[in-house]
Design a protein around this ligand. Structure first.
Ligand code: SF4
Length: 372
């Protein structure tokens, strides 16, 4: 079964750190974009049994409920969903309320992921977020009150001016709210963002690495105490509440993306849609909207499989690797695994290997060792 990703590229305002394919100030394109999405879905030819749907962005909660209904109706017409399909909508606290959550729940949405980022208003202002901490709390309570109990939030640490007490406060808020999943990231400065520009002009000072590491440990310890398992580098979940959609990316399972800049993977090929919204609206459903496409070689597939699996706490299962690729992992990457174990960045599991706690802090280095 496949996962379906629907990209909604609209935002009220661009956050200073954001390099996602999202745009502020173009809400007037919404209806034409939804119409184009529906045409792209109608034109899909391929696997039609799905068990996850993920509306990501951008800010999907900027669509109206009628626009969600239109897209979901098209998806149901084209695809057969498993009885327990996970249907997630990303939302920002300023664009969700009880009525909206109730309408989504009524349409079959059973999981929401809320972009909180911080429960400190000063940090939110710095990040360029358009909501307050109070709005975030209210949004989470509204969603739960309307019957959607599978709720995730996003948080960030390592922010300029952020203190350990602020991180501790964020953790206390997680403890007090109805969330069962959290994606918690350290701030990464991406090229081309407002934040990068401010850093280059010395208008912003990032916290020292040691301070960021202390925050990471605080997050890890607090989430552990709250009973969340650290199942992926940046993801924590209560029992059975892992993001099934995101796990498809890490477990090398197929997924299809609709919308601008959406990525797809069918096991043999990866492709990405064009990023230009007017061009997408013009072409969708009438001609191809694929911007780039690559066929995955067997060698590349083995590399991708390894570094994606290592993002997960479960790590690599040697039997699964051998079943997929017809060779034992030791034959392809034995020397890499051995070296990383010597460096205490990988450790053995009952049927494979995974990153150690130190390895998790040096994930990019570990992944790079599997790229030949
Ligand atoms: S709301 Fe999300 S997608 Fe939109 S600009 Fe901010 S970080 Fe980017």
């Amino acid at each position: 079964m496949i996962g379906l990703y629907i990209h909604i590229p609209f935002c009220v305002h661009k956050c200073v750190y954001c390099d996602f394919p999202s745009y502020g100030g173009i809400l007037s394109y919404r209806q034409a974009y939804v119409d184009a999405l529906c045409r792209e879905i109608d034109a899909w030819e391929g696997e039609t049994v799905a068990d996850t749907v993920y509306f990501g962005g951008g800010t999907p909660s900027l669509l109206t409920t009628a626009q969600f209904a239109a897209v979901l109706t098209r998806l149901h017409r084209k695809f057969t969903f498993s009885a327990d399909a996970e249907i997630t909508v990303e939302a920002n606290p300023d664009s969700i309320d009880a009525d909206f959550a109730a309408a989504l729940h009524h349409m079959g949405v059973n999981r929401m992921s809320v972009g909180v980022q911080s429960f400190n208003d000063e940090m939110l202002r710095f990040l360029g977020r358009v909501h307050t901490a109070e709005q975030a709390v209210q949004a989470l309570l509204d969603i739960a009150a309307q019957g959607i109990t599978n709720i995730s939030l996003d948080l960030m640490y390592g922010l300029p001016g952020q203190t350990l007490d602020m991180v501790a406060h964020d953790m206390d808020m997680v403890r007090s709210l109805p969330v069962c999943h959290a994606s918690i990231y350290s701030l990464i400065v991406e090229d081309g963002t407002v934040l990068k520009n401010r850093l280059d002009r010395h208008q912003v000072i990032l916290p020292e690495d040691q301070a960021v590491e202390t925050m990471r440990k605080k997050v890890h310890q607090s989430m552990h105490q709250m009973g969340f398992s650290h199942y992926e580098i940046s993801s924590y979940a209560q029992q059975h509440r892992q993001s099934r959609h995101n796990c498809k990316y890490w477990q090398y399972e197929p997924y299809i993306g609709f919308g601008v800049s959406a990525h797809s993977f069918d096991g043999q090929q990866r492709w990405a849609n064009i990023s230009n919204i007017p061009a997408y609206i013009r072409k969708a459903g009438k001609m191809s909207v694929i911007g780039e496409q690559v066929t995955i070689t067997r060698e590349r597939a083995m590399e991708d499989y390894c570094y994606l699996a290592l993002r997960l706490r479960d790590g690599i299962h040697y039997d699964d690797f051998a079943n997929r690729f017809g060779v034992p992992l030791a034959q392809e990457f034995g020397h890499v695994v051995e070296k990383l174990m010597e460096q205490k960045l990988l450790e053995p599991t009952a049927d494979g290997c995974r990153m150690t706690a130190d390895g998790l802090a040096y994930g990019n280095y570990v992944f790079s060792r599997f790229i030949r």
